[in-house]
Write a protein that binds this ligand. Structure first.
Ligand SMILES: NC(=O)c1ccc[n+]([C@@H]2O[C@H](COP(=O)([O-])OP(=O)(O)OC[C@H]3O[C@@H](n4cnc5c(N)ncnc54)[C@H](O)[C@@H]3O)[C@@H](O)[C@H]2O)c1
Length: 322
């Protein structure tokens, strides 16, 4: 059996990953600081779901940027075999408002985990961490390949994730830590993130408020259902790297925001009040994953289309908010 440390366990993707690992019989050690970037009650509700399960889950509330606290957690659990490092300050737009939250969680926090893996993880077999499609910057053409240059990040968020990839590559080479970085493409699904378009649009439509479509709705996003992301993380965890590797995980079918909104309206049975507005600084116009490497190395492929996945989200929303 594996002992998996999941950072960001109270987050959207971390909580889904922890549930899937527990369901296949792994032990999960969860870490999160439950910060208030969005409503901590949602984070607590996700955690309650995990704590309510049979044995195998423990939770540690601590800040990734506190490297001593992270080291102590590792020292108390020398049996950790895998790390799924998903804890981070996410969100492109907030990185314009609160840049130091990003360097603390994403740069210092990432280094805390790498250092703990280096010094205090004798049983470690593999560390997998979350990167992002934002590393590809403002490009119209696609699909994006892992070998493409990533030297023009469009936001500080993207810049901190590029730093994570660079630090990971150095730690894999210097200390022989098996490391895999996964670049996630616009993840959505039940228990999702309140700062993301699918959530904001649903909330606005149901409350009769205008939906703001940045870049006049012409942006394209490669929406990827959370279960497909979790399957990809687990496939990567199960195949330890030699050195450092990077993979895209995306659905490879970019959708215009306007078309995405059409589907959401149909599922909700209500029309949106559409407000077309200019682009926001930091937002990229297009995301489009080439996932050849994920398919080749892990036999992974996405299985949930946008209409089906959004349907699951709307069903969850109705159950959760009534
Ligand atoms: N959701 C997406 O579309 C998407 C896309 C690309 C990359 N990612 C990456 O995937 C990972 C998970 O994202 P998510 O969508 O679940 O976001 P999320 O915000 O729901 O989850 C992140 C969790 O990390 C925790 N956290 C933040 N800073 C911390 C700190 N300093 N110490 C301890 N915990 C801290 C937060 O409390 C939160 O629960 C992140 O690394 C994110 O950058 C997400």
């Amino acid at each position: 059996m594996s002992v998996v440390l999941v950072t960001g366990v109270a987050g959207f993707i971390g909580s889904h990953l922890a549930a899937a690992l527990l369901a296949r019989g792994e032990e999960v050690i969860g870490l999160d600081n439950l910060n208030s970037y969005y409503d901590p009650k949602l984070k607590q509700a996700r955690l309650d779901h995990l704590i309510g399960r049979p044995a195998g889950f423990s939770f540690h509330r601590l800040d990734l940027a506190d490297n001593d606290a992270v080291a102590r957690l590792f020292q108390s659990r020398p049996d950790i075999t895998h790390i799924a490092h998903l804890g981070a300050q996410a969100g492109v737009r907030w990185s314009l408002e609160a840049p130091f939250a990003y360097t603390a969680a994403n740069v210092t926090g990432h280094l805390s985990v790498l250092e703990a893996a280096r010094h205090h993880a004798p049983a470690l077999r593999h560390m997998v961490y979350a990167s992002t499609s934002s590393v590809y910057g403002s490009r119209m053409e696609g699909p994006f390949r892992e070998t493409d240059p990533i030297n023009r990040p469009a936001s500080l968020y993207a810049a901190t994730k590029i730093a994570d990839e660079a630090m990971s590559s150095a730690y894999a080479d210097l200390y022989g830590i098996p490391l895999t970085g996964l670049r996630f493409f616009t993840v959505y699904g039940p228990w999702g993130r309140p700062d993301m378009a699918y959530w904001l649009f649903t909330d606005a439509i149901l409350k009769g408020r205008p939906v703001r479509l940045f870049n006049e709705g012409q942006m394209r996003r490669d929406f990827t259902y959370v279960d497909d992301i979790v399957a990809g993380v687990m496939a990567a965890l199960d195949h330890p790297a030699t050195g450092h590797r990077l993979y895209n995980i995306g659905h490879s079918q970019p959708e215009r925001l306007l078309d995405f909104l059409d589907i959401l309206e149909e599922l909700l049975g209500r029309k949106a009040i559409r407000e077309l507005v200019a682009n926001q600084p930091g937002d990229v116009p297009n995301t489009f994953a080439d996932t050849t490497a994920m398919r080749r190395d892990f036999g992974w492929q996405p299985s949930t289309g946008l209409r089906q996945g959004l349907g699951h989200f709307v069903t969850w929303w109705r159950g959760h908010f009534g």
